[in-house]
Design a protein around this ligand. Structure first.
Ligand code: SF4
Length: 399
């Protein structure tokens, strides 16, 4: 078996590899722009981060307090559930006190959707599979259209129409996409186009394939997420596992990480996934190795200090600090700023060129000076394309 594999591998013609683009980033799924309050979604806009409150919406004070904490963390849109008339009644007070667009979330009762739309919300999210049929959906569409408000059509694998589940055998990606397209077509027949679509499931392969399939049919922006991901830290890993393939395929215009408990940590998790997939770079990217027996410097201490000193900076600069000469020089050359540790003295690279030599005690100060210099040289952020003419791969120009 081993011999056969070896023969197969050596017999392959690898010349085709030279015809493949060396740059791995795929372009974004081309979507329409939909405006939610003050925030534009889709098109060339950054992928927006949103969350949902866990308070009783009718408790306006508690809901506003939680939204303020979400805003502080960087949340750009917030959703509140509206299951009862008293929740709808609190929307006005909540809207008055917050600075980000407010989305009302409706399940089951189309009358609650109509009622919520009487209040100053910026968008409505409904689950078409449980809203009570096409006629009721049309009524909600007409009212959203009259009010000039956008809507998220939130298809969920757990609440698909029964006939679609029967048709496909189980709540699979084609069933979810057919459901979304049905409701999109109904909305379009009403002359309504302000739609954002989500196709959520708690099953990672289902989520990935549902969004891929949807993107091959439609150009309405997508809100992406792995629903009911559970409790952190596993929920963050599960969300990253599901959302990374979608984002790397260029799909996704808004994102939510669903975590059990306080929603505030959802925001940092969402921004980290966007940063790691290079779909929205909002802070320096630190490259550090896991260390091993070859370690030549106290890497954990250096990275901890560096993280603490660059915390809060939004510079899209790539900084590489590795533990020894094995990969250190190569990574340092590819980064914007990098350190290649040597015996006693380490070498600092800037844009692939050696610029100075430092001892371990000087490393963090030297790196901070280099980051300061990089910021001065790029006052409006990065200007170069992600794939510069010298072949070095850079962080994309995104905020
Ligand atoms: Fe080990 Fe060096 Fe690799 Fe770090 S860079 S993991 S220290 S071999």
């Amino acid at each position: 078996m081993e011999r056969r594999l070896l023969m197969l591998s050596t017999a392959r013609d690898l010349s085709a590899l030279t015809r493949v683009s060396p740059h791995p980033a795929k372009p974004r799924h081309v979507t329409r722009e939909v405006v939610v309050g003050t925030v534009a979604i889709g098109g060339n806009n950054p992928i927006r981060v949103q969350s949902m409150t866990t308070t009783d919406t009718f408790d306006a004070a508690a809901t506003v307090a939680q939204i303020k904490r979400l805003e502080q963390a960087g949340c750009e849109l917030v959703r509140v559930t509206v299951p009862k008339p008293e929740d709808a009644s609190a929307l006005s007070e909540i809207r008055k006190q917050i600075g980000i667009p407010l989305i009302c979330d409706i399940h089951f009762d189309y009358k609650m959707a109509l009622m919520a739309l009487d209040h100053p919300v910026d968008k409505i999210r409904i689950n078409p599979g449980n809203i009570g049929g096409y006629d009721r959906f049309r009524q909600v569409i007409r009212k959203a259209k009259d009010r000039g408000l956008p809507m998220r059509i939130g298809v969920n694998a757990g609440s698909l129409e029964r006939e679609l589940v029967e048709k496909y055998g189980f709540p699979c990606p084609p069933a979810m996409v057919e459901s979304a397209i049905r409701y999109i077509e109904i909305a379009e027949s009403e002359g309504y186009h302000d739609m954002i679509v989500s196709l959520k499931s708690s099953d990672v392969p289902t989520v990935v394939e549902a969004y891929r399939l949807y993107a091959s049919y439609c150009d309405y922006p997508t809100h992406i997420g792995v629903t009911e991901a559970g409790k952190p830290p596993y929920a963050v890993t599960k969300s990253a596992a599901g959302l990374a393939p979608i984002l790397l395929d260029g799909i996704g215009d808004t994102i939510r990480i669903s975590l059990l408990g306080d929603p505030v940590p959802e925001i940092a998790a969402a921004f980290d996934i966007l940063q790691a997939t290079q779909r929205r770079v909002m802070k320096p990217e630190l490259i550090a190795c896991p260390t091993c027996g070859r370690l030549a410097i106290d890497l954990e201490k250096i990275i901890a200090e560096l993280e603490q000193r660059i915390g809060g900076r939004k510079t899209p600069v790539k900084v590489s600090v590795l533990g020894c000469v094995v990969n250190g020089p190569g990574e340092a050359r590819e980064a914007d700023i990098g350190i290649a540790p040597g015996n006693g003295t380490s070498v600092i690279f800037r844009n692939g060129e050696i610029v100075r030599h430092v001892v371990e005690a000087e490393m963090v100060d030297a790196l901070i000076e280099e980051i300061d210099l990089w910021e001065k040289m790029h006052p409006e952020g990065r200007k170069e394309p992600a794939h510069a003419s010298d072949g070095r791969k850079r962080l994309p120009v995104l905020v």
